[in-house]
Design a protein around this ligand. Structure first.
Ligand code: NAD
Length: 446
């Protein structure tokens, strides 16, 4: 019997009616998998999809803390341990006001497949809280992180579940989370990645997601006989991912002309280069300041309440949040002859926009392939922690390049079409699914 995707999705929607981002992430994956599932009836017989979309464990908890005025605040925290079929659970923690179970489930599901592409033994999970750290004092952030970890620490460990940072969780938050974990668990292990280098972090981890995206785009262009040099690039965001992406693209000879936040974007026609890169890197990562400050300092245009996708560029890289690049944005990019759209954030391009880009044969890379460098270097941090050693920046960077190249090869293997165009969405989904599904099959009904 043929696999009926609509029927399957109806079941998921009925069971999880409010989780629309989770539906979107699952639908995107299943759409690629239909042929593989039909060719391998064992996946249906053994209920692999049903097992893949149901997290192994979901933890929801209260996070009480006291603000600087002495008032008690209550937030919600979650950890969704999605799949440990190819390794211990692994995935970041997101702190943002709009985080809910739907956000964490879609991100956790994406992690399972992303981690399956990295070539490393990493399962998938994700966590977070509806907490906005951008308007809190350091003392408030510390008290919040300590309360969050006081509950979470029971469920994580170096061989069980290894959290890391994500949106709203940088060095500062990782430090407070790790400090409290160490105190409660009475151990100094590699349970959290993204640590500072002087207390167990890996060199290149902060840069890894952005650098990895740049390496992946280089591979995509080279595969079509083009180079990255002199390409004009628009990005959104300028956080951990965006700022390091700008740095690596500049090094590879491309010119990034935009950066943005929820309130607007800047356009620097000469490119974000030289000392401007250092300024940009500090702006969000250190100061949590708005992008408008870049326009004021370097006297470049700032467009309030607008997104950068209306600018004419060769490459567009959404690097901030899910569903930020819409159908209308993708139409403008295609009208302006964009060559490549690459997701640096998780699921930043809407379903309609992805379809439009693919229908127009634009080179399009999904985040689960292109931004996997971050979690890959987190995996390398785990290895260094387990071996009680520290690799040089060049060693880690070389491994990162190799991993991104391997992910690209997987996409080519499973996503190349007859006319030579590569469907990177199918390539990433199929390549990873086969690895994860076959591991589930090997381990019995668990
Ligand atoms: N940090 C990692 O290693 C990593 C790895 C893989 C994927 N990601 C994904 O990349 C994205 C960015 O993560 P990050 O770690 O850079 O977060 P971050 O908090 O360091 O930076 C987020 C940036 O996005 C901007 N932003 C937030 N909302 C926006 C909006 N609505 N429009 C435009 N800009 C907005 C912020 O101003 C900030 O510059 C997320 O989707 C995250 O899940 C991160």
């Amino acid at each position: 019997m043929e696999f009926n995707i609509q029927e399957f999705m109806n079941g998921i929607i009925e069971k999880n009616p409010t989780e629309v981002k989770f539906h979107q992430a699952v639908r995107d994956t299943l759409t690629s998998l239909v042929p593989i599932i039909n060719e391998n009836p064992i996946y249906c017989q053994e209920k692999i999809l049903e097992r893949l979309i149901e997290p192994e464990r979901t933890i929801s908890f209260r996070v009480p803390w006291v603000d600087d005025k002495g008032e008690i605040q209550i937030n919600r925290g979650w950890r969704v341990q999605f799949s440990s079929s190819i390794g211990p659970f692994k995935g970041g923690i997101r702190f943002a006001e709009d985080v809910n179970l739907d956000t964490i489930k879609f991100l956790g599901f994406e992690m399972v497949l992303k981690n399956g592409l990295t070539t490393l033994p990493l399962g998938g999970s994700k966590g977070g809280a509806d907490f906005d750290s951008s308007n809190k004092s350091d003392a408030e952030i510390m008290r919040f992180c300590q309360s969050f970890m006081t509950e979470l620490y029971r469920y994580i460990g170096p061989n069980t579940d290894i959290p890391a940072g994500d949106l709203g969780v940088g060095y500062k938050e990782i430090g407070y989370l790790f400090g409290q974990y160490k105190r409660l668990a009475n151990e100094f292990t590699g349970t959290i990645t993204g640590k500072k280098h002087n207390w167990g972090g890996s060199l290149i981890r902060p840069e890894a997601t952005g650098y990895g995206v740049a390496y992946f785009i280089k591979n995509m262009l080279e595969n079509t006989g083009q180079t990255i040099e002199n390409k004009r690039v628009s990005i959104s965001g300028y956080g951990n991912v965006g700022a390091h992406l700008v740095e690596k693209l500049d090094e590879l000879g491309a010119k990034v002309v935009t950066a943005s936040d929820p309130y607007g974007y800047i356009y620097d026609s000469e490119g974000i280069t030289g000392e401007k890169i250092e300024f940009l890197k500090e702006l969000w990562i250190v100061h949590r300041s708005p992008i408008k400050k870049y326009a004021e300092k370097y006297n470049v245009p700032y467009y309030e309440n607008m997104k950068p996708w209306r600018e004419k560029v060769d490459i567009a890289i959404p690097s901030s949040k899910e569903n930020e690049l819409t159908l209308r944005d993708s139409e403008m990019l295609v009208e302006n002859s964009v060559l490549c759209v690459c997701e640096a954030a998780n699921m930043p391009v809407t379903e309609e926009a992805v379809k439009y880009l693919k229908d127009n044969r634009i080179l399009f890379a999904p985040g689960k392939a292109a931004n996997a460098g971050g979690v890959a270097v987190s995996g390398l941090e785990m290895s260094q922690n387990a071996m009680h050693c520290s690799w040089s920046a060049d060693e880690v960077d070389d491994k990162l390049k190799e991993i991104m190249s391997d992910i690209h090869k997987t996409c080519l293997k499973y996503g190349s079409e007859k006319d030579g165009w590569v469907n990177y969405v199918d390539g990433a989904n199929i390549g990873s699914f086969i690895k994860v599904a076959d591991s589930i099959l090997s381990q019995g009904v668990v």
